[in-house]
Unconditional design. Structure first.
Ligand code: AVI
Length: 322
């Protein structure tokens, strides 16, 4: 494998500033203001997300790792030998390693990532840990149809691996579309291994998105810092606050940025007006019961072949097939 495949570029392949301006203006013009959650992940946002994963209240990452600690060997058995592993997002060092360690004669590892620096770092890390495993990094947006690289030998099956509950950041309709796209990419004999956070008592879920150290709040508001920097806007961070609450009917955390006063913000040529207390939606984090997830998978033409839980039954890893 050669690392020449990706030249160092900006960390993020962001949309051009003009598109970004249009996206932000459209979101702020709407009756219920809304900005897309991918805006969180500039360099600082990605660092803050890593810190979130270490907060005592944010159980998701620890639970998924605990699950893999206990079940990775069994999962690998179910996936079988000669698998091509296509991971959506840059490999999370621990989770991907736990899985790869147990796979029998994997054909190749294909991390799919739009941030070139993360992709490069993840491939370097994996190549060090698995020197004999062919790496086929794909610099792409996994929400779009992918052209997978030709594998070095014929895999028995292609597994799309999507750990970390990121599926929960998509609205149900988009999540179904994404699962359908994975289904196309995995082919007839393939499967999808996806992490999904479970429904549980509201206090536990809400605490995970309102950590006491305030890291999640900083992560949320960092979106405004990014917009200020990239679009020359004048959001005053002290005049907004983070709010995450669980909507039990929809089964999801809804994160908003709340305006603390009546104010106007310059966004290109537009002035966005905020009323005191006005909420701007910035993220959903959906939580599923096993039945919810199976129902969603069925809408994408998939069946849950097996599901694993961590010892505290906080988190699940679902194996989906046609
Ligand atoms: C990336 N994603 C799974 C995280 C989540 O739990 O929804 C993002 C996050 N937002 C706030 N905290 C963590």
């Amino acid at each position: 494998m050669s690392l020449q495949a990706f030249e160092p570029r900006d960390d993020d392949r962001r949309p051009p500033a003009s598109d970004l301006l249009e996206i932000v203006q459209r979101g702020l013009r709407a009756k219920l203001k809304q900005l897309p959650s991918w805006l969180f992940y500039d360099e600082r946002g990605s660092q803050l997300f890593e810190q979130i994963c270490e907060q005592p209240e944010y159980y998701l990452t620890r639970a998924e790792i605990a699950l893999l600690d206990v079940h990775a060997a069994e999962i690998a058995d179910v996936l079988g030998p000669d698998v091509r592993l296509v991971e959506y997002g840059s490999g999370n060092a621990i989770k991907t390693r736990l899985l790869l360690e147990h796979l029998s004669s994997p054909v190749s590892y294909v991390p799919v990532e739009i941030a070139s620096a993360s992709l490069k770092a993840s491939v370097e890390r994996m190549a060090e840990q698995f020197p004999r495993l062919p790496m086929q990094p794909l610099y792409a947006d996994f929400t779009r149809p992918l052209r997978l690289p030709i594998p070095p030998r014929a895999p028995r099956r292609t597994i799309v691996y999507f750990p970390g509950s990121t599926i929960g950041n998509f609205e149900q309709r988009e999540a179904i579309q994404l699962l359908r796209k994975m289904r196309d990419e995995m082919g007839m004999a393939g499967g999808i291994l996806v992490g999904a956070d479970l429904k549980k008592d509201v206090a536990t879920i809400e605490a995970a998105y309102n950590d006491r150290a305030g890291v999640t709040a900083e992560f949320t508001l960092n979106m405004l810092t990014r917009i200020n920097r990239e679009l020359g806007c004048n959001f005053n961070l002290a005049a907004f606050r983070h709010r995450s609450h669980y909507n039990p009917l929809a089964g999801r955390i809804e994160t908003h940025i709340i305006s603390l006063c009546e104010q106007k913000v310059r966004v290109g040529r537009m002035q966005a007006s905020f009323a005191e207390g006005e909420a701007m939606l910035v993220e959903y984090s959906c939580k599923y019961s096993p039945a919810d997830f199976a129902g969603m998978a069925a809408k994408a033409g998939l069946e849950v072949a097996q599901v694993w839980f961590d010892p505290e039954v906080l988190f699940s890893v679902q194996y989906l097939v046609r």
